[in-house]
Design a protein around this ligand. Structure first.
Ligand SMILES: [Mg+2]
Length: 398
């Protein structure tokens, strides 16, 4: 069995642990209402007003002007995340930390020491509550996928176990939106076909759903029937973007940001041992017009080459000569990095070796222990922490 453990409203919960007078109040982390950030985390009291993460803070302010808006202390979130990891690591050697506040724990072999998975969940949650003063939720099931769904259903501050024999009973009444990897567009398509629950989805003939959802249906079906993450790769792209503090036409700053975002995305790409086939650059101008351009990435995937491609398409995009409000990049068409080194040309191989050396230093000493000359200008505009610049869209400071 797997336990999916997730800290509730993580950023907000850390703020409340640091300052207990915030407890029980509508609290929003992500920026001040007069700024242009988005909500990174909202307390459950704030969610009652319809506020959710990803929403512009200005809209959140309109929905709930009495809420407490905080910029967020990201150094602390990382500190808490590390402690969270330490706590759960003492209960199982088989842990998969999937984000800053969420992990899967394989409960196989923990029974003799820590009791049933349900007892283990109880111990973990109370330990986290005692040490970190943060509420968490746990889902328990045969697959990671089901444990994740159960965890979401148990929130906030709950535990939910799905015995193998009850899997269908558990899934049937749930909205299709709970399924992994499903997007709002898929949900809308299914909704238009009068398919709202998982049960309705299962009862609809395959060919209808396949026509509606295309290839994604195969993955969905695999998950519904008890398939699990390890065997299917749901990661479709790696993207990084940020809103600027103020709209700018400063080329130097825009290119420095492009460089920094490319470095961050490529760092993740290498960590996940993937190569990308397509690069997309996106910018939003001060009048909110958003454009994006894409280009093919040649084999090799060295970040220096990806950056060069990015500057070339960015150059085209900046011909509009308007102030830039947001910039982002996405690497897509991801595949397992299975190429033999001999297939790289010499220059790319050299770059790849350089990049993995950089990764090693950064993993040890923090991302900003090395700053490329290309992005050093960012020091003037963004807070420089050990783990990188604190970008304006905090949930994306990674
Ligand atoms: Mg969470």
């Amino acid at each position: 069995m797997f336990l999916c453990i997730d800290l509730d409203a993580f950023f907000v919960s850390v703020e409340q642990a640091l300052n207990p007078s915030l407890t029980g109040k509508p609290v929003i982390v992500g920026g001040l209402p007069q700024e242009r950030g988005v909500v990174a985390s909202a307390s459950y009291e704030a969610r009652k007003f319809g506020i959710h993460s990803g929403m512009p803070t200005s809209l959140a302010y309109r929905l709930c002007p009495q809420a407490i808006f905080l910029k967020g202390k990201f150094q602390y979130y990382q500190l808490y995340s590390r402690q969270f990891h330490q706590i759960i690591s003492s209960y199982s050697p088989d842990i998969d930390m999937v984000s800053i506040d969420e992990a899967y724990i394989n409960a196989r072999g923990t029974q003799r020491l820590f009791g049933t998975p349900l007892e283990l969940a109880c111990t973990l949650r109370s330990n986290i509550k005692n040490i970190l003063k943060i509420p968490s939720s746990v889902g328990i099931a045969r697959t990671k996928v089901f444990s994740k769904i159960a965890c979401e259903q148990s929130k906030p501050n709950g535990t939910l176990a799905v015995p193998v024999k009850d899997e269908t009973k558990f899934l049937s009444p749930l909205n299709v939106g709970v399924l992994p990897g499903i997007g709002p567009k898929h949900v809308e398509i299914l909704h238009n076909l009068n398919i709202n629950t998982v049960e309705e989805l299962i009862k609809t003939p395959d060919w209808i759903v396949e026509t509606a959802l295309g290839n994604y249906y195969k993955i969905l079906k695999f998950f519904i029937h008890g398939g699990d993450y390890q065997s299917v790769d749901t990661m479709k792209s790696i993207s990084r973007e940020t809103t600027l503090h103020e709209d700018t036409i400063n080329r130097e700053l825009i290119y420095a940001l492009l460089y920094y975002l490319t470095e961050r995305a490529c760092n993740t790409l290498r960590k996940k041992k993937r190569i990308a086939k397509t690069l997309t650059v996106k910018i939003r101008f001060s009048d909110f017009k958003t454009i994006s351009r894409r280009t093919k990435i040649p084999a090799g995937n060295a970040q220096q080459i990806i950056f060069k491609l990015g500057t070339r398409i960015l150059e085209e995009m900046l011909k509009e000569k308007k102030r830039v409000r947001l910039i982002g990049i996405a690497l897509s068409g991801l595949e397992k990095d299975g190429l033999q080194p001999s297939m790289f040309r010499l220059k790319e191989e050299r770059l790849n070796r350089l990049n993995s050396a950089l990764d090693r230093v950064r993993n040890k000493f923090g991302f900003n222990s090395l700053s490329a000359a290309n992005s050093i200008i960012l020091k003037r505009s963004f807070e420089d922490t050990k783990n990188g610049y604190t970008l304006h869209t905090p949930s994306l400071s990674q």
